[in-house]
Design a protein around this ligand. Structure first.
Ligand SMILES: [Zn+2]
Length: 403
């Protein structure tokens, strides 16, 4: 008997990606598929007379020394994590003219982590976005099983107007500065304010206290007083909230400040905590009491094996504790437990494999739970056929049908 079974699921909604940024990136060269030598040859072949915005740079595979940066054509290289970038010497005058703050802080990791929304705005401005680029990005998701997508850091005011016009992309959160600068009708159409409390595991800056191998240290964006100020500002607009918190220290700060905000009488129509990869049982129960929605990426379950180079196994086993969240704390997929991709990767095949065949049993999600947490696509309908190979522990999308 064949170990491969075929299952039909609906075309799905991705509750967490970066729609405006990835749409803008559609026109940018991508180093992702190249090895270090191929990437270097490609960079040498870029035009000399203008700035190229290049994505998919893997800093750990292609280290660029100052002599190499001095000889390359004008380019801004964006790290795979999106939080880091590099400018070639010839690219510096272009970057200084267009986005002077990026040029000034290019060597400053702490500034970059504290200014992720600004980075996305700058990347998107340099690469450009319009209706056609958004439509092309959304079409590229359909064969991967995704029909609509939510933007968790709208890149800019022009980008929001492009998203707003497309029902498959209209759900979107913006940084506080951008949200505050929007006209009232755009604020009303926007899902709310996005705040980043810590860094990322890839950048070794997630708010995880111990367990780092080699460098690695929690990077917290705010002290409590500053975060309460941001919460008060968001509440004054009646805005929803989406709060990036990966490590336990950042999750703790989010809960502590949201509990304090509630005592001060602040309220929000919606509070989402994004990622919460290392949420504890105690934190999960407190989040439920506060009526918080958790928005998690099942594809990051594979961090448990992918990041053994930077975090110890005992820490990584606490990543994405879905069984505790559902069976003990009582979160319900699709209701107060949402799933998305963060674009790493976008397709449903990888998170389905992570969910059905996780490294740690407590990370398991049934296919029904996974589908409920993503939810059906918005503004488009279809079905997706998955092929699930139990023996090889693999999932692939065999086909998508619209209508
Ligand atoms: Zn994200």
């Amino acid at each position: 008997m064949s170990a491969v079974r075929r299952v039909e699921i609906p075309l799905l909604h991705d509750n967490h990606t970066h729609t405006s940024l990835y749409s803008a990136f559609g026109s940018c060269p991508d180093l992702a598929g190249l090895d270090a030598l191929g990437a270097l040859a490609f960079l040498r072949s870029l035009p000399d007379d203008r700035l190229s915005v290049v994505r998919g740079w893997k800093s750990n595979e292609l280290a660029l020394d100052s002599a190499t940066l001095a000889e390359l054509p004008p380019a801004l290289l964006i790290n795979r994590s999106l939080h880091g970038f590099l400018v070639t010497d010839a690219g510096l005058p272009f970057v200084e003219a267009a986005v002077p703050d990026l040029a000034e802080h290019r060597g400053d990791a702490a500034w970059r982590e504290a200014n992720v929304p600004r980075l996305f705005e700058a990347y998107c401005g340099l690469a450009g976005i319009d209706d056609a680029k958004l439509a092309a990005f959304l079409e590229s998701l359909v064969p991967q099983g995704i029909g609509s997508a939510e933007d968790l850091a709208v890149a800019s005011a022009p980008a929001f107007r492009v998203l707003k016009a497309n029902p498959r992309a209209a759900a979107a959160f913006a940084g506080l500065k951008l949200f505050a600068s929007m006209p009232p009708e755009d604020r009303a159409a926007c899902s709310g304010v996005k705040l980043f409390l810590d860094g990322a595991i890839g950048a070794r800056t997630a708010a995880i206290e111990s367990g780092w191998i080699g460098e690695g240290a929690p990077l917290m964006t705010y002290d409590d007083a500053a975060l309460l100020g941001e919460l008060a500002a968001a509440a004054s607009y009646g805005a929803g909230l989406a709060v990036h918190a990966i490590g336990p220290l950042a999750i703790e700060q989010a809960l502590r400040c949201l509990e304090a905000a509630r005592r001060e009488g602040l309220s929000f129509p919606l509070v989402r905590l994004e990622h919460v990869q290392f949420i504890s049982r105690d934190q999960a129960f407190r989040a439920r009491t506060l009526g918080i929605v958790l928005s998690i990426q099942p594809n990051f379950t594979s961090d448990t094996v992918d990041y053994l180079d930077r975090l110890d196994a005992a820490t990584l086993e606490r990543n994405n504790p879905f069984r505790m969240l559902i069976d003990e704390a009582g979160f319900v997929p699709g209701k107060d437990l949402l799933f998305g991709s963060d674009g790493m990767p976008h397709g449903i095949a990888h998170p389905a494999a992570c969910s059905l065949f996780p490294p740690v049993p407590g990370q398991r999600l049934s296919l029904e739970e996974l589908v409920a947490g993503y939810g059906p696509a918005r503004g488009i309908e279809g079905t997706v056929t998955l092929e699930i190979d139990e023996a090889r522990r693999e999932v692939r999308v065999a086909g998508t049908r619209l209508g």
